[in-house]
Write a protein that binds this ligand. Sequence first.
Ligand code: SF4
Ligand code: SF4
Length: 402
Amino acid sequence: MQTSLAKAFLATPNGQQAEKILRACVHCGFCTATCPTYLLLGDERDGPRGRIYFIKQMLEGQPVSENSRIHLDRCLSCKSCETTCPSGVHYGQLLDIGRLELERRLPRPFLQRVFRVCLRAILPYPKRFSVLLRTGQYLRSLLPEDLHKQIPSHQQPGKLPQAQHDRRVILFPGCVQSVATPATSTIAARILDRMGISVIFPPSTGCCGAVDQHLSAPKQARARMRQNIDAWWPELEQGAEAVVVGASGCGAMLTEYGHLLADDPIYADKAKVVARKVRDLSQILEALPLEQLGINGHGRRVAFHTPCSLQHSLLLGGRVEKLLQRLNFSLAPIADSHLCCGSAGTYSILQKELSRQMLNNKINTLENNDAEVIATANIGCQLYLATAAHKPVVHWIELLEN
Ligand code: SF4
Ligand code: SF4
C-alpha cells in the first residue's frame, strides 16, 4: 500500500514501524472473512482492511472523529486477521500505534477516561480484584438469578508442592487467574513437581502489562514489563528454564516484551531473552511423559475452546487438543473455532452488546455436541464462557488432575 505519513510522525519509531506495516498490506481483503466484528456487523469499517485504511488516513494527517473511534474500539485485538493475512501484516502492532495516536489527537470523553482508569486500577492488582470478587461472591444470593453466573464461584487453590528439584521453572500466576481460579497454577505446579520440575513464584512478579497496553497506557505497561524482568532475571541467570504461563492472554503479552522494549537502552536485551523463555503450559507438558503419572482421560468427551491469544498470537493452535488426545480424552469437533468468544481482555466490559453476541454464538458451537465439559486455556475466556454455558467450564489443566 502506498503511504505518505506525516513527516514528523515518520521520524519516530512508531512512525517507521507503522509505515513498514502499512506498506506490507496489499489491500486484498482476505482478512475480512475471518474477522469476528465484520462477520457480525457486515461493515467494511468494522473489519481489518477498513481499520487499516482508517489508521493510514489518520497517520497521514486526515481529520479524525468520534465515529472513527467507534470502529477502532470495536476491534477485539484477537489477531484472527493476522493468521489469515497472506502478506504477514502485523495488524496488532499497527492497531496499538493507531489507538495511541487517536487518543492523542482526540482525547476520550471524561467519563470514558475515568472508567478506563478504574479498570487499570483494579484488574492488574490481585489484592484489589480479590476484594471486588469476594464482595460479589458474598452478595451473590441477594442478586437477581440471571446475574449469579456473572460472578465466578470461589475456587480452593489446593496445596503447592515444596520446590525441591534441580530443574525449575518460573510459573506466572496471572492477576485475575491467581484470584479467580488459583487451582490452575497449583495443579500445574503439582504435575510439574511429579515430573521432576519445581515451580517458583518470584515475589515481585506483577501484572504482565496487557491491561495497560490494551487500554492505551503504554508507559505503565512498560513499567510493569521492567518490574517483571527485574523479578525474573536472577532466577533465569541461576538456571530457571522457562517462564511458564497458564493463561494464554498473559503469555501473548509476555512474548511481546522483546518487541515492546526494543528501544529501551537498559532492558532491550533482557526483554528479548525473557520473551524467548516464555512457554505456554501446553508446550512444557507436551514434552513430558505424563502417561507415567497415570493421567488418562478414559475417553472423556471435551469441547475445547482455543483462545485467540493461543492460536492467533502464540500460534499454538491445536497443541492442547493434541496433548489431550494423547492422554485419551475425546475431543468434540468445534465449528468456527478460529473466532473469538467475545472476552478479549476488557472487551466484554467495554463492548457489552457485541461481545455478548459473540459469546452466544460461541456457546452454541461449544455445546452443540455430546461433550460433558468445556475446557479452555485462558482465564478471560474461561470466566466469560462460564457466564453463559450450561456445562462446566474449566482450564484444561484441571482435566489432568488425578
Ligand atoms: S491485512 Fe493482509 S489480508 Fe488484510 S487486506 Fe492487508 S494484505 Fe490483505
Ligand atoms: S484483531 Fe480481530 S476484530 Fe480486530 S480487525 Fe483483526 S480479526 Fe477483526
